[in-house]
Design a protein around this ligand. Structure first.
Ligand code: HEC
Length: 187
């Protein structure tokens, strides 16, 4: 009886610990993603206002990666954020094998009309985690650079294509699953 209780309480405390860690990881990842997402978005908006889609396309093609690096340098040690996609534009945003599996799962859920989780936590080694936050084309403006030929801004896309000749990130419809933020975290 004593033994049973002991085992039970050990199991219980382990699940509780895991739930707490899980929550902590999600919160930390969310904060890191917000920081990255906000910077990219506000810069994009500024450029869009300044010179329309072409200016914004120039900015994204030349500066997005630099901004990503800069922000990654500001995170505390052990945290990094990137964006990945099955249909990537920037070859540096191609998913790694384990990331591809998760993206494919999300894509399948999306295609089948299932609810896609807000965040997915995967443990990749004893104290290393990857947290995924799906990105959707939730704004019409995205289609100017990621839509089909009828929605794309021709001038802007010419600039994009000259930087990314093997671009796969087009022909999306509004609301579709586009990719994910991936936060890598050492705990
Ligand atoms: C003015 C053109 C433009 C607009 C508008 C735009 N993007 Fe992009 N997007 C780009 C370019 C250029 C890249 C590649 C450079 C980079 O960010 O690394 C990119 C890359 C991405 C990536 C990284 C994965 C990849 O394919 O390389 C995601 C995710 C993404 N865009 C989502 C969005 C979403 C969501 C919106 C709407 C809120 C949006 N984009 C609007 C031009 C644009």
């Amino acid at each position: 009886m004593i033994k049973k209780t002991l085992v039970l309480s050990t199991v219980l405390s382990m699940t509780l610990l895991n739930a707490t860690t899980n929550k902590e990881i999600k919160m930390e990842a969310k904060a890191a993603i917000m920081k990255m997402g906000k910077s990219l978005q506000s810069q994009m908006k500024k450029n869009m206002k300044k010179g329309g889609p072409s200016q914004a396309a120039k900015f994204c093609s030349k500066k997005a990666e630099g901004i990503e690096k800069e922000i990654n340098n500001k995170y505390k040690k052990g945290i990094s954020v990137k964006r990945v996609s099955l249909k990537y534009r920037n070859p540096n945003n191609a998913p790694l094998a384990d990331e591809k599996i998760i993206l494919q799962q999300i894509q399948n859920d999306f295609n089948n009309g299932k609810k896609v989780p807000k965040m997915i936590v995967k443990q990749i080694s004893k104290n290393e985690y990857k947290v995924y936050k799906p990105i959707f084309l939730d704004k019409k403006v995205c289609l100017k650079c990621h839509g089909d030929i009828n929605h794309r801004d021709k001038k802007a896309y010419k600039i994009i294509k000259s930087t990314y000749p093997h671009d796969k990130a087009i022909d999306y419809k509004a609301g579709e699953f586009r990719g994910a933020f991936v936060v890598k975290m050492v705990k």
